[in-house]
Design a protein around this ligand. Structure first.
Ligand code: NAG
Ligand code: NAG
Ligand code: CA
Ligand code: CA
Length: 352
């Protein structure tokens, strides 16, 4: 391993370089949260075809055990009005502002991120093949890879060199072929695309939450707070979420107990009884991505009518304030609907 000082210098250089690029508006990227997108692997036709197919299914057709409308491990959130977004954006280019009043009907939200065990049941019954498996690879954070896997890879993501496309990485093999999930069945499923997540939710008779529903759920009944529990990251020194402690991307001290994902039931629930709304795994929402929003009041908004990327919320175990301060309820990021990575999962919602 290189000396910490040269690592720090490298990171600083990368970040300065990216800041410059962002500043002149060439890319929307930042220090790497949304960089793990598929580019040039699927054709446009493939991508949009898949998105269209599954969004139709997710929105219109409910099949499988979902027809029982099992609301086990879901919370019925009350109808209400909340402030979505913020007028004090920490990452303005993500479209965190403006703050706007949003009214929502009552809906159900999963208490937990969908776990490997739950996803396994879905795959066992439906024989669903995830997009990572179809493409034959998925993005994995370099710090998690064995030397053997790393040595076989030559192309990193230019804007975020810690993301590597790993052949054979998928939800059953989160760090590539030499890894497995046997001791992580209660952790969030990873390497699932938006299309995979939508298919799962439809199968259990649910759907992905809209971004507005997700953010309302994240806020747990509190108004204008950074985190689901308040404004302080670690009240009384306690960890309320699985994020990164130490120096990104070289040293994750794991002070919160986890350098990777944690069980979906870990860390305190928010005011609505929901777990890991921020941290652990990023979560897909049903909205298309756009960074300009009207400040007008809205009622059950479901995002732009079309787009190329889908919104993800909540940040992950890889997030640190120094490079990806996105473990806040107003924070947001995006990926193409066929993208998958080692820090991106989901939970489902349901209408009443
Ligand atoms: C799963 O990985 C663990 C190490 O993380 C290893 O000890 C175990 O043998 C593996 N199990 C299978 C079935 O490959
Ligand atoms: C990582 O960080 C911890 C705590 O900040 C420190 O004790 C440790 O020496 C660091 N390790 C490396 C390899 O820099
Ligand atoms: Ca952690
Ligand atoms: Ca999460």
């Amino acid at each position: 391993m290189a000396a910490p000082s040269s690592e720090a210098l490298r990171l600083l250089q990368v970040c300065l370089w990216l800041t410059l690029i962002v500043g002149i508006g060439l890319v929307r990227a930042d220090c790497g949260c949304n960089a793990a997108n598929r580019h040039g692997q699927g054709t446009e036709k493939h991508r949009h075809g898949a998105a269209f197919k599954y969004s139709q299914e997710a929105n219109e057709k409910v099949s499988g055990p979902g027809e029982t409308k099992d609301r086990d491990k879901m919370i019925l959130l009350p109808a209400g009005i909340f402030t979505m977004g913020t007028d004090k954006p920490d990452i303005p280019q993500d479209g965190e502002s403006p703050a706007r009043r949003v009214q929502l009907d009552s809906f159900y939200m999963d208490m937990y991120e969908v776990s490997n065990l739950e996803f396994d049941k879905f795959v066992t019954v439906t024989k669903h093949v995830t997009e990572a498996e179809k493409f034959g690879d998925s993005f994995v954070f370099e710090g998690l890879l064995s030397e053997e896997v790393k040595s076989g890879i030559d192309k990193a993501v230019a804007a975020a060199p810690w993301w590597l496309p790993v052949k054979g990485a998928d939800w059953r093999h989160p760090e590539g072929p030499d890894s497995n999930i046997s001791d992580r069945l209660d952790h969030p499923v990873l390497h699932v695309s938006w299309n995979d997540a939508s298919a799962y939710c439809a199968w259990v008779g649910k759907r992905l939450p809209t971004e507005a529903e997700w953010e309302y759920a994240c806020r747990g009944g509190l108004e204008n707070r950074l985190f689901p529990w308040g404004n302080k990251l670690q009240p009384k020194g306690e960890h309320f979420a699985n994020v990164w402690q130490g120096v990104f991307p070289t040293n994750n001290s794991g002070e919160d107990g986890y350098v990777q994902t944690s069980p979906v039931t870990m860390f305190p629930a928010n005011g609505y009884g929901l777990y890991n709304m921020v941290g652990n795994a990023w979560e897909w929402t049903s909205d298309w991505w756009d960074t300009s929003h009207t400040a007008d009041d809205a009622y059950n908004p479901n995002g732009p009518p079309s787009g190329t990327d889908r919104v993800k919320k909540g940040g992950s175990y890889m997030c640190h304030k120094s490079y990806c301060y996105r473990y806040r309820c107003a924070a947001r990021s995006q990926n193409t609907p066929d993208s998958s990575s080692s820090n991106l999962g989901f939970r489902c919602a349901a209408s009443v």
